[in-house]
Design a protein around this ligand. Sequence first.
Ligand SMILES: [Zn+2]
Length: 329
Amino acid sequence: MQPTPEDHQTAAGVDWDGRSPSPSLSGPDRHPASAPTDTQQPAPDERQVSPSFPRSDSTDVVLLSSDTVLFHLHASKLNAAAAPSAAQRTWASNTSTPILVPEPSPILALMLHTVYATRPASGASPLPTLIAAIDALIKYDIEPRRLVLPGTPIYGALQTHLPTDAYDVYVLAAHHGLEDLAVEASRQALAHPVRDISDAAAARMGATYLLRLYNLYNARKDALRKLLLQGPPFHVAAAAANGVNGFGAAPAAQNPVGCGPEGEGRLGSAWEARTCSVAWNLRVDFEPDELRRALEVDGSAFDCLECEEAYEKRVEEVVESWKNTKATI
Ligand SMILES: [Zn+2]
């Protein structure tokens, strides 16, 4: 494949407004060495065109990804997405010369879907590609926090990764100040223990979001410990008043009146055994149902219906309080 004049131009790094690169724009996109060589590029008419961004009468800017896919775009869209502080650098209409960018087409496509607020046709995007795309927007003076908003396709694409990678989504959201996404991700990001946050991740999320996650973690840990400390109430007074032993001849289900110190010990031991197990493996990301299962005991642990009911009632109180414990930053 012989290089064409156009290839020479693009490989040399034509700036997005058609001028020579400014010395201050020192990104990988400004270094010809990082771009594909002329001999690797197919002739213009053989280049693949992104199906999401085909040529049309209204397109007036063409980007060429590092893997030589063409994206036909609108200068007005790109300029509208740029931060107000970047007003001095604008995209100009120029369909004759594709502008070479260092991003490969999967990342560039997601960047442009973010700018256009459109949904990728290819379905689910891997999280590393989404992260790379959002990070790369900064190089083009596009602030992700102005575009990655609830209800947008890019926000939805990130939400699909919350069940498995909430912590990574949180770090991304924190880094770019994507407040809604950070709040949403924080709920599940707690599954990642605070002590396992790496220095790099801490630096990337910044002091504010790191502290908010840390405070949430500690608040939930304290709240759960406090809930577990209070066990079910015992009904020894009722037993004394009636003078009946709950373990006696009267069936407990028909005459639930209470039981003596032995019953109280059994109730306390049951609570202690279960809560110790939960506290020992304390997880601040416990789902309420998980907590219920962790605290429940077999009914046969009690010979007294009232003790059993008192235990179950306390479990429900704990689960209900846990449901209402603040779960996001
Ligand atoms: Zn009892």
